[in-house]
Design a protein around this ligand. Structure first.
Ligand code: UDP
Length: 315
């Protein structure tokens, strides 16, 4: 049994990770400030004697009484509408100060620490599909910069803690992921389209809808995360984790409409600034080092996600 701390543990990915780690027989300490995390995501875990929840903002240092074996650093708003605008400064602080505080905690505990980085480090990619050694094309002062540059800085901190202090670090770059426990109001494309269609509202495509994303089902992503954490010593990544199955936003809207039916029509709204035109992970490294590849098709994953949102919306 390991003692494992998960920051962002009541969020979308964090809540799935906590459940998985408990199922594997570990002790789990879940840390979240519940800015975008939600207690309903972890309510089934609260009675488990091996689970503990701490309400805490990782921008502030954290001390725990338990000796930690592993830390997963997931805390950060991840939806563009959640990290842009009035919360942009907190987003950068969470990425940078949060990473520093968690790296210090890992150092004191001699724990392995995994950073949830992002495909956003590639910005508007000029290499497609994206490989890990592509250095990206990020606008350093645009509306996405708080997240993109924050996550880039966190990667830099992780590598320096590895080089200078010998902390065992692991970095994954997460591409678009979807599934149960997403917040219906988070403003991302999967939650928006599915909830709009379920409620018979118009489906809002931003821009032409020709921009592409590659959607990974949450269970696949969690498997990659756990494999990376437990990968061979000295392998720090970064490793792309996502599903290479690329689709346009327009095609995705059509798929959602075809599955849900109803009176919804497609409408077009303005494309937000710096919205990446294409995105697809090259997962050769994950295949090779983690023996991992996604198993859940968009068809199957979307059905499970639709069932979840139906319940959330009480339909
Ligand atoms: N998008 C859209 N309609 C929506 C929400 C998002 O057309 O209601 C588009 C968005 O402009 C982007 C893509 O869908 O091109 C994915 O957006 P999301 O916010 O899910 O994540 P991102 O990949 O941009 O971080």
């Amino acid at each position: 049994m390991k003692t494992i701390l998960v920051t962002g543990g009541s969020g979308f990915l964090g809540s799935h990770l906590c459940a998985r780690l408990l199922k594997d027989g570990n002790k789990v300490i879940c840390v979240d400030n519940n800015y975008t995390g939600r207690m309903c995501n972890i309510e089934d875990l609260l009675d488990n004697p091996n689970f503990k929840f701490i309400l805490h903002d990782i921008c502030n240092p954290l001390e725990v009484s338990e000796k930690l074996d592993q830390i997963y650093n997931l805390a950060c708003p991840a939806s563009p509408p959640a990290y842009q605008g009035k919360h942009s400064v907190e987003t950068t602080k969470t990425c940078v100060l949060g990473a520093l505080n968690m790296l210090e905690l890992a150092r004191r505990n001699n724990a392995v620490i995994l950073q949830s980085s992002t495909s956003e480090v590639y910005g508007e990619p000029l290499v497609h599909p994206q490989v890990e050694n592509y250095r990206g094309n990020v606008n350093p002062n645009g509306i996405r910069a708080c997240y993109d540059e924050g996550k880039r800085c966190a990667e830099s901190l992780f590598c320096d803690y590895y080089r200078h202090f010998g902390v065992e670090v692991k970095i994954i770059r997460i591409f678009n992921t979807y599934g149960p426990n997403m917040n219906p109001d988070d403003g991302r494309v999967v939650s928006n389209f599915v909830c709009q269609a379920l409620q018979g509202k118009d489906i809002t495509i931003y821009g032409s809808g020709d921009q592409t994303r590659s959607f990974c089902y949450v269970d696949d992503l969690i498997e990659a995360m756990v494999r990376m954490m437990n990968s061979e010593k000295g392998f720090i990544g970064p490793v792309n984790t996502g599903n290479p199955n690329e689709t346009s936003v327009k095609k995705f809207a059509e798929l959602v409409l075809q599955k849900i039916g109803g009176p919804s029509k497609i409408v077009h709204k303005e494309l937000p600034a710096d919205d990446p035109t294409v995105r697809q992970p090259d997962i050769s490294l994950a295949r090779q080092k983690l023996n991992w590849s996604p198993q859940v098709s968009l068809d199957e994953g979307l059905d499970k996600t639709i069932a979840y949102f139906k319940k959330q919306l009480k339909l």
